[in-house]
Design a protein around this ligand. Structure first.
Ligand code: GLY
Length: 329
């Protein structure tokens, strides 16, 4: 298809973790994901670039207090919030990001600013210095529910592996793996991927998340991937780059997901991922109980909230492929 005549595709996630079933969480999470999909897909239809769409999608998810990124981020072991975010342009094959930044509303904005700088990944003090230089207004991302979660954990001496995937009172006792991510294909055929997180929750000071590394967020001309789950597991699999490289080398997106998730399952990893390739195929996979993902095919919106199997991959074909409507295992 000629550039400008490609049907845009969009997939987003709000983390992965334990099931929301029967806890009143599923429907509100679905509504929230669909609201974001509708706004961001509207931008793509109006001609926005994949990069613009991904940044807007990440901003909306960062602003949604139920997800663990931006406002509503989890607290680290010392009671502070430190966030990480990255943006990868597939057409430029360029990665940028910030690691462990505090007191900012939208960490993805810094990743966008860094896209055309010579130093493209900043951490801690350097990232804070950039916030000052750009005169970004201070923002406290702390929510009452995340504070209560931390206080509860402090009484238990931080024994949980990770904070709740979504911040809902009735769900706080359920361990989860929050992060948000967006992957888009625009009408020029460009792909971009963005990922933003508050981290695992209750971690040591200085711990680095996968989200601002190519293990958690990666894209080329061929495909883009955003991951969620336990950062150490994602780094050990180098999951986003692993799937993208497989697609770039000629493997179909859904096969690359299937193979990579079988490996992750064998290695007992706890993670999930979403992706799009340049043919417009959309795919997702998880080894965790639930993956909070939703996608827009151009015709309809779908989500993965009620998939029950723990190891599952699935895909939606590109418009010009007529087979493989779903490949769930
Ligand atoms: N995937 C988010 C983190 O582990 O920090």
């Amino acid at each position: 298809m000629r550039p400008g005549h490609i049907q845009p595709k969009l997939i987003i996630h709000g983390g992965a973790g334990s099931s929301l079933r029967g806890k009143g969480g599923e429907e509100s999470v679905r509504r929230s994901l669909f609201r974001t999909l509708e706004e961001v897909y509207g931008l793509l239809i109006a001609g926005a670039s994949a990069e613009t769409a991904v940044v807007r999608g990440c901003q909306l998810l960062e602003d949604e207090p139920r997800f663990n990124a931006g406002t509503g981020s989890v607290l680290q072991s010392d009671g502070q919030i430190r966030m990480s975010a990255s943006l990868m342009s597939g057409s430029e094959q360029r990665f940028s990001g910030v690691i462990n930044i505090s007191r900012i509303k939208n960490p993805i904005d810094l990743a966008l600013y860094l896209q055309d700088q010579s130093d493209r990944i900043l951490s801690d003090h350097g990232a804070a210095e950039l916030v000052r230089e750009l005169k970004l207004p201070p923002h406290d991302p702390l929510t009452e529910i995340r504070l209560q979660e931390w206080i509860q954990e402090r009484h238990g001496n931080f024994h949980r592996e990770m904070a709740g995937v979504v911040a809902e009172k009735e769900l706080l006792t359920e361990a989860g793996r929050g992060t948000v991510g967006v992957v888009a294909l625009d009408n020029e055929g460009r792909i971009a991927a963005g990922t933003s997180t508050g981290g695992k929750g209750f971690e040591r000071i200085g711990r680095v998340s996968d989200s601002a590394t190519p293990a958690g967020n990666y894209a080329t001309h061929h495909a883009g991937i955003s991951c969620t789950g336990i950062g150490e597991d994602i780094l050990d699999e180098c999951l986003a780059a692993r799937i993208v490289v497989r697609v770039t080398d000629g493997m179909a997106l859904q096969d690359a997901f299937q193979r990579s998730f079988l490996e992750s399952e064998t290695n007992r990893r706890d993670l999930g991922a979403i992706g799009i390739d340049r043919t417009g195929a959309i795919a997702w996979g998880k080894t965790s109980e639930v993956l909070l993902a939703a996608y827009h095919t151009g015709e309809a919106m779908h989500d993965t909230l009620s998939l029950e199997e723990t190891m599952v991959t699935g895909s939606h074909p590109s418009s010009h492929e007529q087979t493989n409507t779903k490949n769930v295992r």
